[in-house]
Design a protein around this ligand. Structure first.
Ligand SMILES: C[S@@+](CC[C@H](N)C(=O)[O-])C[C@H]1O[C@@H](n2cnc3c(N)ncnc32)[C@H](O)[C@@H]1O
Ligand SMILES: [Zn+2]
Length: 280
């Protein structure tokens, strides 16, 4: 069974949040309304760096359309394996996706967990209200919150798995919320990821920064896999969506963007690293 993760913490003082009708409330009386779509805003205004932080509505829609085509399904399958192969439990595994976007990887994980007979208690968190709204609309069985990785609204040592997929890791926070023995599963772009697209939009490719896999404080390296394949992107709309959901659109020159907009098909390499860190 897939259920919402319940061990939420007040983003203002860290106290446990208790469900109270259509809101979450802490003992000091801070109250956070649950929206009609089922998600909760747990990002206080003083913790926001901008008025509308994170991915825009357009980026979220582009990512949803792109992921729905299944082009990244092998990445989702690798993430689900990493979550479930590390050991099943006779209680629900508590899972957080920190920077969940519109929830594609959690929906895929739910399917894999059901097939494996593993119960999950799930929370998807993103700083973008557009991403969380899109996620909540598509899947009612999970908990969804607008919040920040810099101040996770989660009680200490309550999670078995924490996903950070193409995201922005804040390791001290991840260490705080994972149980001892819990796993941090991180996915990052590898050196050849979308190389052919980058060759179209940039005059010269920047040398890749080597991926750093030194375990963060409080973690030990549990293992690493590479997910690598080529895929044919058909149609200008799909290529435009891919460009919109990556940072490349903002970094490209006008000429680079025009070259990408003229494409109607492109064979690209998908090259990502999945790293597992275990909380000590
Ligand atoms: C490249 S997207 C990846 C989304 C999703 N993990 C996926 O792969 O489909 C990065 C996401 O991180 C979110 N984000 C950015 N800063 C964040 C923060 N401080 N805390 C939580 N999420 C953040 C963005 O809104 C965006 O949805
Ligand atoms: Zn409070």
């Amino acid at each position: 069974m897939i259920t919402p993760f319940q061990a939420l913490a007040c983003p203002l003082d860290g106290a446990p949040l208790i469900p109270a009708g259509a809101a979450w409330r802490c003992a000091s009386g801070h109250s956070f309304d649950i929206a009609a779509q089922g998600h909760t805003h747990l990002l206080p205004v003083q913790q926001k760096r901008s008025r509308d932080p994170g991915d825009s509505k357009e980026m979220v829609s582009a990512r949803r359309r792109f992921l729905e085509t299944g082009v990244y399904a092998p990445i989702a399958a690798a993430v689900s394996r990493a979550v479930l192969d590390a050991g099943t439990a006779d209680r629900p595994l508590a899972c957080l996706d920190a920077g969940c976007g519109e929830g594609y990887y959690l929906r895929s994980l739910a399917g894999a967990a059901e097939a494996a007979g593993q119960d999950l208690a799930v929370l998807g968190l993103d700083i973008s209200k557009w991403a969380v709204l899109a996620a909540a609309k598509q899947e009612r069985r999970m908990g969804w919150v607008v919040g920040s990785n810099a101040n996770l609204p989660v009680l200490p040592a309550t999670l078995d798995r924490l996903l950070c997929l193409f995201g922005f890791p804040v390791y001290p926070e991840f260490a705080r919320v994972l149980r001892p023995g819990g796993l941090l599963i991180q996915v990052d772009a590898g050196p050849d990821h979308l190389r052919e697209l980058r060759e179209v939009i940039y005059p010269v490719l920047k040398p890749e920064r080597p991926l750093n896999h030194t375990p963060p404080p409080g973690f030990a390296l549990d293992g690493q896999d590479s997910v690598r394949y080529t895929t044919d992107l058909q149609g200008a709309a799909l290529i435009a969506d891919l460009l919109l959901m990556t940072p490349h659109l903002f970094r490209a020159t006008a000429e680079g963007r025009a070259r990408a907009a003229a494409l109607t098909a492109l064979r690209v390499t998908v090259d990502v690293r999945l790293t597992r860190y275990r909380r000590g």
